[in-house]
Design a protein around this ligand. Structure first.
Ligand code: AN0
Ligand code: CP
Length: 356
């Protein structure tokens, strides 16, 4: 794998999920792959999970890691070509990138959308320059329009929890048909008999917009939509009118503007704020055009669902996106979801090391 940006880059999703499970059982199995290899992580923006989980994944694979926070100690970088550099930026990305490439084998880039120039953001201008000029395989650690490490971790998490749910359904079935409850272990999903396989329906996964006080990028919902469309799930998106995501990511996914209708029967609620994507009205790009607090996910919202699990990529603003009660409830899986960032990243780095 030479770059990791879109879902297609990971290839067959079943295979990727199997690899994730394998790595989760033995995180250090591929430690030999990274010996004497260096990952450079470049951050143009803040991070907690991506910073820690990517470093941990690289260390699990035996790599050395260099972290560069561009805005804390490096020269300020100009990213646009053609400007007269007489301002506060001392170095151009066009020199900085090939120099960075000299000191490492793989590069991870975090560079958020500026949210002022839609064409510049949606062309992934910064990421593309890294791909073109670094001479190294590059993966996105949330760039202007995508956050694939997050979406892959989300899919791993849904797979894990839905697998457990199916086991429970089978066990309930056993209760009626056999008069005794079998242990979850002996009923592993791969052993489902033809008699009970009809219970394995696809989970209903709902991506819901929720209010926020700052203008946030669309990278997380874009990637989530892209990955859910590729996965074996019943996917629905709900958001206020005007917040339509880019068709490149959403494709023909079902959009339901009535949040309650969308939540009905949901098995997973995935909450996220995003600023106006400027799809229906280009002048609104990157703006907050809705602050409707009735979209905040609270216990009443969750009561409309099929006992759904609550997911969010974090960081989350409590009582704007989701209430304390919901995020602290037993159905909130935000922590295991974050833990799976180490796993998704391990699969990605492993694939890149194998292809060096
Ligand atoms: C970022 C975003 O919404 O894209 C990062 C999320 C992983 N969130 C904030 O900036 C709060
Ligand atoms: N979810 C996520 O990417 O978190 P950070 O912004 O803390 O890395």
């Amino acid at each position: 794998m030479k770059s990791f940006i879109n879902v297609e880059d990971i290839g067959d999703l079943r295979q990727a999920l199997a690899e994730a499970q394998e790595i989760k059982h033995d995180r250090f199995k591929y430690q030999h792959l990274g010996k004497n290899k260096t990952l450079m992580m470049i951050f143009f923006n803040n991070s907690l999970r991506t910073r820690l989980s990517t470093q941990k994944a690289a260390m699990n694979l035996g790599m050395n890691v260099i972290v560069l926070d561009v805005n804390a100690g490096a020269w300020k970088l100009e990213t646009e070509r053609g400007v007269i550099m007489d301002g506060d930026k001392s170095e151009h990305l066009l020199e900085a990138i090939p120099v960075m490439g000299c000191y490492c084998d793989l590069i991870g880039v975090r560079s958020f959308a500026g949210l002022t120039d839609r064409d510049y953001d949606y062309a992934e201008t910064v990421l593309q320059q890294f791909i073109k000029y670094s001479g190294r395989p590059v993966f996105a650690m949330e760039t202007a329009t995508v956050h694939p490490l997050q979406a892959f971790a989300d899919l791993i998490t849904i797979e894990e929890y839905w697998g457990d749910e199916r086991l429970e359904m089978r066990n309930e079935k056993c209760d009626y048909s056999q008069g005794e409850k079998s242990s979850g272990e002996s009923n592993h999903i791969s052993h489902l008999s033809p008699l009970t396989s009809h219970l394995s329906r696809r989970p209903k996964v709902v991506l819901t917009w929720a209010p926020h006080c700052r203008a946030l990028p669309q990278a997380v919902p874009n990637s989530f939509a892209q990955w859910m469309r590729a996965a074996d799930v019943d996917f629905v998106i709900t958001h206020p009118k005007g917040y339509e995501l880019d068709p490149k990511f959403v494709g023909d996914a079902r959009v339901e503007y009535d949040q309650r209708k969308a939540f009905e029967g949901a098995d997973f609620i995935y909450a996220k704020n995003w600023s106006n994507p400027g799809v229906t009205n280009p002048a609104d790009y990157g703006k907050i055009t809705c602050d409707d607090r009735s979209w905040t996910v609270d216990t009443e919202h969750m009561s409309w669902t099929n006992n759904a699990k609550f997911m969010h990529c974090l960081p989350v603003r409590r009582n704007l996106i989701v209430t304390d009660d919901v995020i602290e409830s037993p159905d909130s899986i935000v922590i295991p979801e974050a833990a799976n960032r180490e796993i998704s990243c391990s699969v990605v780095i492993k694939r890149m090391l194998e292809a060096l």
